[in-house]
Design a protein around this ligand. Structure first.
Ligand SMILES: [Fe+2]
Ligand SMILES: [Fe+2]
Length: 283
């Protein structure tokens, strides 16, 4: 679906109330300032210090597959930002989304570089592709923001922080092998310091924008949004619980998913929606 075909059920997007996106907004202006201040470049990172070639292929393949799911999410975020740019009027919200589009292009390139380093082709699961496609083709800007900035980027942010915590425990007083030190640099340092910081801004935008827009939705649009929380929330959790991503690296998957549900439900409550994501039943 092209951005021009986006429907909107939001009264905020019609007539004089369009100004919800066009009005001066100090919070969004501040987010744009932070985006400008915190820009970073892929080439500023010391990729030459990394070498994981001594890791067993089975490990490198599993890692490449995990990063491939994240990269697919980044591509989807880039396309979602593109769609929002085509929808929002000139103003601080649109200006912020332009910064997000730039961030997402950098994130796609970041994971491309990481996967290349691993020397294996990352395989994206069809179920991840399906979820991303559904969100990317959302029919209203509110659904797009809910699926992207709150659920997918929210989950990605939480998982990046979980990964950083996990590899933080690798430390043995500076005596790590080069391959493990390399993974620690990527997962324990670059991802939380650079990617997660960018994602925090995107999530902050989603929270702020949805808090302004949801109260202006009509009953049917609001109900549809609540249904999306349940539907996409469950799909996000299914992916997070997948053995390749969490259990496969020796982490306590149930605990990770429990914290993820808490994070997501907190944000869902913060935008004023009532549906909550329930823990997945054991399969
Ligand atoms: Fe991203
Ligand atoms: Fe993002």
């Amino acid at each position: 679906m092209k951005s021009a075909e986006l429907k909107t059920n939001s009264r905020a997007s019609s007539g004089e109330e369009l100004s919800v996106d066009a009005l001066s907004d100090p919070y969004l202006e501040r987010l744009c300032e932070l985006a400008a201040r915190d820009q970073w470049k892929l080439e500023d990172l010391d990729w030459r210090s990394l070498d994981v070639s001594a890791l067993p292929e089975v490990f490198r393949q599993a890692a490449a597959d995990g990063f491939a799911q994240l990269q697919w999410g980044e591509r989807t975020a880039q396309l979602a930002a593109e769609r929002l740019l085509g929808l929002l009027p000139e103003g601080p919200a649109r200006a912020f989304i332009a910064t997000q589009r730039t961030d997402e292009a950098r994130h796609v390139a970041f994971f491309e570089q990481v996967i290349r380093l691993l020397g294996c082709e990352g395989r994206v699961r069809p179920s991840v592709q399906q979820l991303m496609r559904e969100v990317q083709e959302a029919e209203t800007p509110e659904e797009l923001m809910l699926g992207m900035q709150i659920l997918i980027e929210g989950a990605a942010h939480s998982l990046i922080m979980e990964g950083a915590r996990l590899v933080g425990a690798f430390d043995d007083g500076g005596g790590l092998d080069r391959p493990l030190q390399s993974m620690k640099t990527v997962v324990g340092e670059w991802m939380p310091r650079l990617l997660a910081r960018d994602e925090s801004r995107h999530i902050a935008f989603g929270l702020h924008a949805l808090r302004a827009r949801i109260p202006r939705l009509d009953h049917a649009a609001r109900r549809r949004l609540e249904e999306k929380v349940a539907h996409w929330g469950e799909k996000v959790l299914e992916q997070a619980r997948d053995p390749d991503l969490v259990y496969g690296i020796g982490e306590d998957g149930d605990a990770v998913c429990g914290r993820l549900i808490e994070d997501l439900n907190l944000r869902i409550a913060q935008v004023g929606l009532e549906t909550r994501i329930a823990p997945l039943k054991a399969t």
